[in-house]
Design a protein. Sequence first.
Length: 136
Amino acid sequence: MQEMNNIPKLLELAAAARQNAHVPYSHFAVGAAIRSSDGRFYAGCNVENVSYPCGSCAETGAIAAMITGGSREIAEILILGAGKELISPCGACRQRIKEFSSPQTLVHLADAFGVRKTCTVAELLPFAFDEKDLAR
Ligand code: THU
């Protein structure tokens, strides 16, 4: 399962989710798709709000869908945006992704032409705050 190429399916799910993005303020639609370690698939889009800080990222939506669906670990996550620059998850989403990942979890950054970069969660968020920091 780990070796299977899940990119086409993740791209398809992220693109479909992205179509539903609610982005009247930034006009920057994003879709995210997850394959969980138990082999299930989830997706989310960004949902903005007139009170700007109330908006949420596509990654946040996909993670919420995964937790709601009963899965707990991300095996790989694909994030799909458009534009000249390669999409890059915001700092808060890096922390959210890390919470449900292993250091080897794959993060695929994609645009309309496909995956342009893949890295691990450890590369995406080095020196992360985690449970060990809560130890007393
Ligand atoms: N956004 C995401 O959904 N994911 C990212 O990785 C980067 C940014 C959203 C947040 C906001 O709705 C819009 O893109 C512009 O920042």
